[in-house]
Structures are given as C-alpha cells and as structure tokens.
Design a protein around this ligand. Structure first.
Ligand SMILES: *Cc1c(COP(=O)(O)O)cnc(C)c1O
Length: 366
C-alpha cells in the first residue's frame, strides 16, 4: 500500500513518533499504564482551561459516536428533555440517538450553510420550561461550518440548563475555555485535532453535572458515570482499554504541547485552511460555507463545472499522494478537503499545485 496523506476529518495523518508508541504491549492493571491514563486526564483539563474539582475527564472506548451516545444516555434522565440543534449530519445523528434511546427531545434545525441562532434557542427555552438540556455540534464536520457555542452557551447558562457540546472535530484545534463557554459535557475523540489514532474518545465534564447522573444510563458499557467512578480512583479503565491507542494518544498530547499548545495548532490549521480556500477559489472552486462561518478544520467545495467528477478527481489526487473526502450534501454536488493532522504549509502548497495542474490538463482535454 502506498503512503498518502489523509486530508479527511479523521482518522488523520499522524506522526512517526505517535505510530511508534504502538509497538509496545502494555498491561492494563499495572501502575505504569494507569499513570498514562491519569496524565492524559490531567492534560486534557489543562487544554480545556479547567481544573479539578470543578471539572473532570472521563475516557471512553469506541469511536466518537460511542462517546456522544454515552453522554446522552448517562446525562439525560427519564424526566429530562433535550433541545437538539442541527445544521448537519452530526447534529442529526444526535437526534437519531435520542430517538433510539427514547429521550424526550425537541429539535431546532437550520439549513446546512447557516448557524443556529442563540435568540432562537432562547425562544425555545422560554416557550418550553420542561427542557433541561441543550446539545449542539461545535464544528459541523458535514460542511465545515463552526457554530456559535459562546452565544448559545450564554443563553443555556442564563436559563440554568445543562450544555452538551460535540466538539469532536474542533477540540485541540480551536481554542476553547470550557468553563467560560458554560459547557457541562464537552465531547471529543482521540483521532481528531489531538492527532492520535482512533479507538477512544473523552468527555470533559462539569463534576457536579456528572455526579447527578448515577444510575441513569440505559446502557452498561456506555455508562459514563460508572466509567468515571472506576477511572477517577487511579486511572483504571472499567473494561479492556485500547492500550496501544492510549499510549499513542499520550504521545500526541506531548507533541501538541511541544508545538505550542492549542493556539499554535489553531494557527497552523487556520493557515492551512487559508491556503486551501484562497488558492482553490482562484481555480473556480467555490466553498459551500462563507468565509466568516468557516472552521479551520475542513472545507466543503462545490464542483467547479458540470464535467467534473469526484471519482476521477479523487483517483488523481490519490496518485499524487493525497486522499480527500466525498461531500455529504444531498442537494448539491460537493467534495471535502480536511486540513488537520500532521499536515503543514508545504503539504497544502503541494496539494494546491496538483489541483492547479489537474484543472489545466482537464481544461485542455475538453
Ligand atoms: C468525527 C465526528 C464524530 C464521531 O464520528 P465517529 O465516526 O463515530 O468517530 C461526531 N461528531 C463530529 C462533529 C465529528 O466530526
């Protein structure tokens, strides 16, 4: 298999050092390993600008969706009701989970290229006093739009509700002060902006909000409270933990800190994204999301003309060493290019040159 760079929303291109960490076998109940978990939990709190005992971290096996489902089933009780904001597939996945878990819920949807409005959230909360929780996706990876969690968080806080944020594709790549944003459950995973490999996710939780959840989960394996009860003692995972993935993640966190923390990583991602958007715009690729709403994570582009096919473009990019991502919109033809992971200015410049050549060759053929 040839080696290509992943320009996707995860799993991402990781560094050699992160991959190297996975060459050792580790014992789950040995102190060495449990300490790795405890260090990770501490570092994640620091990245979120929060501290114990107000906040705590719980790691959970599975991909990001497992962790979202774990928070929903654990935090939302039988007498609770969650307001779910959607402007993309990941918000809709939360609705799907709420349906399967039989959670009382209401949905506030806006078109995929628009942000939900905090005023509208306020109207929902004023109208329906039975709403206890609000859930929103921070970076909607479907399109790459960044949602205004600060404004929404202020309203949620004003009404004293519990705030759940799916920050899967933004945490680690976009600076976030979890306590100032009034987030009670901030969810992310190992294989996004922290630049680890897939296998587990984590929740930065307001301790008081988590303490209220005992016995509420309608799942054994996804019970976030029970997971926390065991893990908070000494770093022991309740069931088999993905040891190789956890070790790689510890290395990825070290590298994030060495890079200069989230601010520096955000700068690199934003620079990558700027190169991509500006160079492709010259070639006639229009971005689906306007510049002001665009995240520095992933960009959705419209097809430049009718003869353009994703399959051909994809194969040519792959030959040149880059794997891109299909679009996820039903009404318009799009594709996506991610710019997170161990991806740097030179990668973006090479990619843009490859796309420029592709467009010239295709134009001459037609
Ligand atoms: C990646 C991602 C998820 C989780 O997806 P998995 O395929 O389960 O890892 C959830 N929400 C958002 C916004 C994401 O980008």
């Amino acid at each position: 298999m040839s080696n290509y760079k992943l320009l996707t929303p995860g799993p991402l291109t990781t560094t050699e050092a992160v991959k190297q960490e996975m060459l050792k076998d580790r014992c789950t109940w040995d102190d060495d390993y449990k300490n790795v978990t405890q260090v990770i939990r501490k570092q994640l709190l620091a990245l979120a600008h929060v501290e114990e005992p107000e906040y705590t971290t719980v790691l959970m096996q599975g991909s990001g969706s497992f962790v979202v489902e774990s928070v929903l089933t654990t935090a939302i009780g039988d007498n609770d009701k969650v307001l779910i904001l959607t402007n993309g597939a990941y918000g809709e996945r939360i609705v799907e989970m709420a349906n399967v878990l039989k959670l009382q819920h209401v949905v506030y949807s806006v078109p995929y290229d628009e942000q939900p409005s905090s005023l509208e959230v306020q109207a929902f909360l004023e109208k329906d006093a039975s709403i206890t929780h609000v859930a929103v996706v921070h970076c909607e990876t479907t399109t790459g739009i960044l949602n205004p969690i600060k404004e929404i968080g202020e309203v949620v806080h004003l009404f004293d509700k519990t705030f759940i944020v799916d920050a899967m594709s933004s945490f680690g790549g976009v600076p976030m002060d979890v306590s100032n944003l009034h987030i009670d459950f901030c969810i992310s995973s190992a294989n996004k902006c922290i630049q680890g490999v897939p296998g587990f996710g984590f929740v930065i939780a307001n301790t008081k909000a988590l303490e209220k959840c005992k016995g509420q989960a309608r799942s054994v394996a996804l019970d976030l409270y029970s997971q926390w009860e065991v893990m908070k003692q000494d770093g022991k995972w309740r069931f088999t933990s993905p040891t190789h993935v956890v070790a790689a993640f510890a290395k990825a966190l070290e590298e994030l800190i060495d890079e200069g923390g989230i601010d520096a990583r955000h700068k690199r991602y934003a620079h990558n994204n700027h190169i991509l958007r500006s160079r492709l715009s010259v070639l006639g690729f229009e971005a689906y999301v306007s510049k002001e709403l665009q995240s520095p994570i992933i960009t959705t582009f419209l097809f430049p003309h009718n003869e353009f096919t994703f399959e051909h473009f994809y194969q040519e990019m792959k030959k040149a060493g880059f794997v891109i991502y299909p679009g996820k919109l039903t009404d318009v033809d799009t594709f996506r290019i991610g710019n997170i992971g161990d991806i740097h200015e030179e990668d973006m410049l090479t990619l843009c040159e490859v796309i420029e050549n592709y467009m010239v060759v295709k134009t001459n053929e037609n």
